[in-house]
Design a protein around this ligand. Sequence first.
Ligand code: PLP
Length: 299
Amino acid sequence: MKPRLVYVNGRFVPYPSASVHVEDRGFQFGDSVYEVWAVMDGGLIDAAAHLRRLERSLGELRMTPPFTPAALDRVLREAVRRNRVREGLVYLQITRGAGPRDPLFPPHDRSATVVVIARGVDRAAVDARAEAGISVSSQPDQRWGRCDIKTTGLLANVLSKQAARAVGAAEAWLVDGEGRVTEGASSTAWILDPAGRLRTRALDAAILPGVTRARVMEIARREGLEVVEAAFTPEEALGAREAFNTSASGFVTPVVRVDGRPLGDGRPGPVALRLRALYLDHVRNTRPQIGVCAQEPGS
Ligand code: PLP
């Protein structure tokens, strides 16, 4: 769904005319970070955790945060409000600014470019996808060595996702040099192994520390499930009881085929569906308290 107003460098401008400078470093070098929040019932999900990850991404790239977390939180909420988003996503991008093309950091901490786009999503379609389950295709992980930073340098993710699409899969599972899945092109990958333990790769520089991953892990442990942070191969996934992906945009999405072969009976597993339901319950129950700033925008 098309946004109406987009935040660009301090102003809300109409979507069709929103633009940044041609020499923006995000455009020329991918010298930029981003974050994505889910919006449910008009509220931001896990706002504080995403803001913390954003601060970390900025810090790792030695970019000065252009706002305090509370001010940024207000801009995000204002973007949601002005676009009347009830169910959707908020995308934030911060670049190291614009200037004559030079890979070196600018001598002065010139002002960052900040863009916020809030848009509605068809949640019924997202739910239908989860109910049916998705296919994943394993693809070589060709990304750089700092995938723990949420940068817009996503070309390898784009190419992997496109390659997955070409073979009829909705997501790519990226596979490292040892044959183990790092993560999805835009999600965290999980299995329920034959012993009934949930498995997902341990956090390291090869994967993004998913906010949904942390939340689902907490929920699973509370439910008495054993969670093991250990990577798995696509072959192990095919021998698993269940598999699923997590992300802010898809929540918990069951995986029913890997590389064209059905996983189990080829239907979403009960544990994945239960974790999805529990995650959605958690989101609905905690939403009013979520956020780092209780103030209304402009107050
Ligand atoms: N891994 C990658 C590469 C991603 O792009 C994403 C989300 O976009 C995730 C994992 C899931 O992260 P989160 O749960 O914070 O959305």
